[in-house]
Write a protein that binds this ligand. Structure first.
Ligand SMILES: C[S@@+](CC[C@H](N)C(=O)[O-])C[C@H]1O[C@@H](n2cnc3c(N)ncnc32)[C@H](O)[C@@H]1O
Length: 353
């Protein structure tokens, strides 16, 4: 370890690359510029996703609670936010990638998802690797390995999602305007090693007690100086980003033994049975925001938003003003979502003090 690494780990540690829908990884420095002067030491990233924003706040020495309703994301929060000193060793990574005679490997993914997302060999690799990961007793080592498995699954998928049965796209002999065949065809093992290393390189101690939790936002105790809210985006047309629907395969990996009971076998792509959410429903999203603002009215409230969603910026600002005296609206003009078709979409930060 170099001098810098041992004394200033937050300067050398680096957040992993990510292909998660709606990730704010590219915006975290701008977000910090907008909120860095506010007076707070404890904070909550209530819709944590990849953990990119929580991680930036951890780098600034804040005591951060990461939360996400999805169990696979919660593992990312454990690995990168709560964890401050546990790493996966090269020997452990080799062990996770080896077939062990003494372990009996189920073939659930091979049988259930044939021809849907990955090839037969890749499905067998997933069954073997999740089974090996489940032998790890240290929760942080488990979380790092699980993170690497999920990122490997995401990067090998067309569109980086699990919303359709579309394995064939990887092998169709056509001009493509998206995706990258080399990336898709790079073996799982290589991606796993690469993401395990990225996670290891992200781990550091900021001398605070940081936590990861796995709750609906409305059940988290209100005990934070600042609450950062980055809910699923609902377009003006009423089309929401349904994380449960897009990433059900990764959520299923967290429920490996009981996955079958939760699958909707009527769907071609064997998604998990649907779950209703106020955040993807244009009739309910306004009241969902109001419940959140009311609940956290004693904290500084910071909301990431876009200027073309439901509710509108004006409606959302008025709602926040019901609970906070000073509300300001900051805009980041140039940022574009990777998959966005709306060229005019602007990233907004609402800050209520
Ligand atoms: C826009 S993403 C957050 C992205 C995150 N800021 C990042 O940089 O990666 C929204 C997240 O909210 C989570 N979520 C959806 N409904 C939720 C709820 N009711 N409570 C907590 N989290 C929820 C989703 O699982 C998703 O990861």
């Amino acid at each position: 370890m170099t001098f810098t690494e041992s004394f200033f780990p937050h300067l050398t540690a680096q957040f992993p690359s990510t292909r998660y829908q709606g990730s704010k990884a590219k915006l975290v420095d701008w977000i910090w510029e907008q909120i860095g002067d506010l007076d707070f030491s404890t904070c909550l990233d209530a819709f944590g996703g990849t953990g990119a924003v929580a991680y930036r706040l951890k780098q600034e020495g804040k005591a951060i609670t990461y939360n996400d309703i999805l169990r696979f994301n919660y593992q990312f929060g454990l690995a990168l936010i709560e964890n401050s000193e546990t790493y996966l060793t090269p020997e452990e990574i080799d062990w996770l990638l080896t077939h062990h005679k003494e372990i009996s490997y189920p073939n659930f993914v091979q049988e259930t998802f044939r021809d849907i997302y990955f090839t037969d060999d890749e499905n067998a690799w997933i069954d073997q690797t999740i089974t090996n990961i489940r032998q790890l007793s240290d929760p942080y080592k488990f979380a790092i390995a699980f993170f690497a498995l999920c990122q490997a699954c995401i990067i090998k998928r067309p569109y980086n999602l699990f919303h359709r049965k579309n394995l064939y796209i990887r092998f169709a002999d056509v001009e493509r305007s998206f995706g990258n065949k080399t990336t898709w065809d790079t073996p799982f093992e290589e991606w796993f090693r690469s993401f395990a290393e990225e996670a290891n390189n992200a781990i550091f101690n900021n001398s605070q007690h940081n936590r990861a939790i796995n709750s609906d936002i409305l059940t988290i105790p209100d005990e934070h100086d600042l609450v950062y809210i980055d809910p699923p985006y609902l377009s003006a047309q009423g089309v929401g980003v349904d994380y449960w629907e897009f990433y059900h395969f990764l959520e299923g990996l967290t429920l490996y033994d009981e996955w079958k009971e939760h699958i909707d076998f009527k769907s071609k792509h064997h998604r998990l049975k649907r779950r209703a959410s106020e955040w993807t429903n244009k009739q309910l999203i306004g009241s969902a925001f109001e419940k959140v603002f009311q609940k956290f009215q004693n904290s500084i409230i910071v909301v990431s938003y876009r200027n073309d969603g439901i509710p509108s910026i004006e409606e959302l600002t008025a709602l926040l003003q019901k609970y906070k005296r000073n509300v300001r609206v900051e805009q980041y003009g140039q940022y574009r979502y990777a998959l966005s078709v709306n060229e005019d979409a602007q990233e907004i930060l609402l800050i209520g003090e």
